[in-house]
Design a protein around this ligand. Structure first.
Ligand code: PMP
Length: 404
């Protein structure tokens, strides 16, 4: 059980007022708030050990390097990667996906197929389209149904020996659907295809086990799991990371440089060109420790109750429709009210201190599927409460009355 008062006290921003009202923060899908330990760890780094890493012999450089590499070990254990060098620091999910898509340009041939799902964020669509344009490979889409679930039988029919990579999110940011990725990975492997999982929306809710999933790549962002912005991780299986060419050239990623030829550093440095976000990488480890100290069982229990409470309360509003009604769902509710633009509701409830997301959530194909311009998305975190949901429901009712 969570001690919700203690938890909320750890997030200074949550006691703020916005527009004169207590902040109700339900935009966790966009980015999470940060606990004091994370905020403190950032300033501690700059106050005490700021130095460039991996190259200095002086004490501060050693301390910063050790802290950065200890963070990598924490993340390795957190996601259960077999090897430490399979854990690459990135600036976020987008960076990780682009790194892999760029690498596949060296592997794909015209006529090869890339499968993306209908539920993807733009950052897990566009890099693959760019890859297909570059290589002559063909992009195919795993379709979804009206509940916002992937149609797995259609997925199985799309898979063939032409499929070289399948890319799908663990949890949809727009609808909250939890995809059956373990099964999908198994099926892709049966035809010899690699699988990239976009874990951006999963890591705030669960601890991914990359060995058990047997995925080839798993990308996520730190800022959605209580960590700093501009941080992320790409897990890649050693065999794949050895096969892919480097993404960017520069310092740190080389073994030897001459004007005739450059040889590349071993993993993970081959993919970590330039000075990284050192403070961010270190503090991502602090965030992972924090999430584990709260406990993912507790997080899931709290979020499950919030989801059930909000779903029930919202559905009592006449004309309100929820998108994403599948059985396996994270604590995200996307909804609209008949005849009212989502932006108008979002703007009015913002005046009442309630932060939700409105729009297409970087998932225009999902909005096109439902033939809507966008939705209002409330995404809950373990630090949210049922009382906050009640405030949102009251605010939505008020907005509806004003706009009808
Ligand atoms: N994929 C999904 C499912 C997301 O929700 C997001 C962030 N909204 C991203 C990818 C991109 O993450 P980032 O902007 O942190 O790179």
């Amino acid at each position: 059980m969570l001690d919700i008062h203690k938890i909320r006290a750890e997030f200074p921003i949550l006691s703020q007022k916005v527009n004169g009202k207590p902040l109700v923060y339900f935009d966790n899908g966009a980015t999470s708030q940060k606990p004091q330990v994370v905020i403190d760890a950032i300033s501690k780094y700059y106050q005490e050990i700021n130095a460039n890493i991996h190259r200095g012999v002086h004490t501060l450089s050693q301390l910063a390097t050790d802290a950065y590499e200890i963070s990598r070990v924490k993340i390795q254990h957190h996601i259960n990667a077999k090897h430490l060098h399979e854990v690459l620091f990135t600036s976020g999910t987008t960076h990780g996906i682009n790194l892999v898509a760029n690498g596949f340009a060296a592997i794909l041939k015209p006529g090869d197929e890339v499968l993306v799902s209908a539920l993807e964020h733009h950052s897990n669509i566009v890099p693959w389209q760019m890859l297909c344009e570059k290589t002559g490979a063909i992009l195919k889409v795993i379709p979804m149904n009206q509940d916002g679930e992937l149609i797995i039988s259609a997925y199985e029919s799309l898979l063939s020996e032409k499929t070289k990579i399948v890319t799908v999110n663990h949890i949809s940011n727009a609808l909250g659907t939890i995809n059956p990725i373990k099964y999908m990975i198994e099926k892709a492997h049966a035809v010899g295809a690699a699988v990239l999982i976009d874990g951006a929306q999963a890591v705030p809710h669960l601890k991914p086990d990359v060995l058990d999933l047997d995925c080839d790549f798993y990308a996520f962002s730190g800022h959605k799991m209580c960590g700093p912005t501009g941080t992320g991780i790409l897990y890649g299986k050693e065999s794949w990371l050895n096969k892919l060419p480097p993404y960017q050239g520069g310092g740190e990623m080389i073994k030897e440089v001459t004007f005739e030829k450059t040889t590349y550093a071993d993993l993970p440095h081959k993919f970590e060109a330039g000075t990284p976000n050192i403070a961010g990488g270190i503090v991502l480890g602090t965030a992972v420790d924090y999430m584990n100290s709260v406990g993912f069982e507790n997080i899931q229990q709290q979020e499950k109750e919030l989801l059930a409470h909000a779903t029930k309360q919202l559905l009592e509003i006449e004309g309100l429709k929820i998108y994403g009604t599948g059985k396996e769902k994270a604590s995200v509710i996307s909804f609209n009210i008949d005849g009212i633009h989502p932006y108008d509701i979002g703007s009015i409830i913002d005046k009442l201190g309630i932060a939700v997301r409105t729009g297409h959530h970087c998932t225009q194909p999902i909005m096109n599927y439902f033939e809507i311009p966008g939705t209002i998305r409330a995404s809950f975190s373990f630090y949210n409460t049922k009382e906050e949901i009640d405030l949102m429901v009251e605010a939505v009712k008020k907005a509806k009355t004003m706009l009808s």
